[in-house]
Design a binder for this molecule. Structure first.
Ligand code: MLT
Length: 312
């Protein structure tokens, strides 16, 4: 169909490759999910979807960039739960999650793992919790910046344990994981999308999972609830965004491509291997994403105010 009728020159969308902006470092969980999604959406659209990493400031740099990008359907953003925590964490944001975007739909829920450097003495999650309680300030807790899922999870962990650790920010959990494996930092929450192969290879110590239930790919891992952290749960939800004002027919084509990608057996297999679930179809919609985003902004805003973590 023609997006902008140009008479005889009317072009079908998409007439050229699309760019999917990833707000964190290459090789990390959002990048891994984004590349898999880009491939499947590209097939559905009959065009290449190029992944572009724009890491920095916990995902907020990329969000601001896409909010200001040309609204022609050729620049998209994949972002996660951080889109809903950023308004609480930053006093000034260069974009408004609820006003500056069009919403393609939700994608998938990615569990997190609590992992430690290979030679960390704590053997069990309970031992780690006891260590954090006793010696919290000595522990270096890595994360991917204010607005990262790892930062939210780390903040909730410190709150649940009742101890403050020393936080060390990176441009994404890919460089943070390298530091953890190298023993430069002690612990980190990170998404299964990245951690499962490293856990299986014995490169990091696995202490627990942040989901309500244990995970199929890591059945030996306790939930942090089981380990004594009451009601602890972090699930990293994801959405695809376009700049505000992207034409409705383009948004419809993107949503059709997203839905089709989320049925791609190759993508589903890849996600299943790391315990990631595609969201139910009613959530793979603009309304499904925006409604959830709004509820999450309210929910995390209140919690972040309680925790008192702010950045200017
Ligand atoms: C990443 O891809 O680096 C992560 O999604 C960062 C995070 O939010 O923890």
């Amino acid at each position: 169909f023609a997006v902008a009728p140009l008479g005889a020159q009317a072009q079908a969308y998409p007439a050229k490759p699309l760019t999917l902006v990833i707000p964190f470092a290459a090789g990390g969980p959002t990048d891994l999910l984004g590349r898999a999604l880009a491939q499947s959406m590209g097939t559905a659209l009959g065009q290449t979807v190029v992944v572009e990493n724009r890491a920095g400031a916990g995902g907020t740099l990329a969000s601001a960039y896409v909010a200001r990008a040309t609204n022609d359907g050729y620049t998209l953003l994949l972002h996660h739960i951080g889109m809903s925590t950023a308004p609480g964490l930053y006093r000034k944001l260069a974009f408004d999650p609820l006003k500056d975007f069009e919403y393609v739909g939700q994608v998938a829920d990615v569990p997190m793992t609590l992992v430690g450097r290979p030679d960390l003495p704590a053997k069990t999650p309970q031992e780690l919790i006891a260590y954090l309680k006793q010696d919290g300030a000595k522990v270096n807790l890595a994360h991917a910046g204010l607005g990262a899922a790892s930062q939210l999870c780390g903040m909730l962990l410190q709150q649940a344990v009742g101890a403050q650790s020393t936080t060390v920010p990176y441009q994404g959990t890919a460089p943070a994981l390298t530091a953890l494996i190298g023993g430069q930092v002690d612990v980190m929450c990170d998404q299964t999308m990245q951690t499962v192969p490293h856990i299986k290879a014995g490169k990091v110590k696995l202490y627990g999972v942040t989901t309500r239930e244990r995970l199929k790919p890591l059945p030996e891992a306790m939930t942090l609830r089981e380990a004594g952290l009451k009601d602890f749960e972090v699930v990293v939800w994801h959405g695809v965004y376009a700049p505000k004002g992207t034409p409705a027919p383009v948004m419809a084509a993107l949503n059709t491509a997203l839905k089709s990608a989320l049925k791609d057996p190759a993508l589903l297999k890849r996600l299943d291997e790391v315990g990631v679930q595609v969201v139910p179809e009613p959530l793979q919609t603009p309304e499904g994403l925006r409604t959830h985003l709004k509820a999450e902004i309210d929910r995390w805003g209140a919690l972040i105010r309680q925790a008192g973590t702010y950045a200017d």
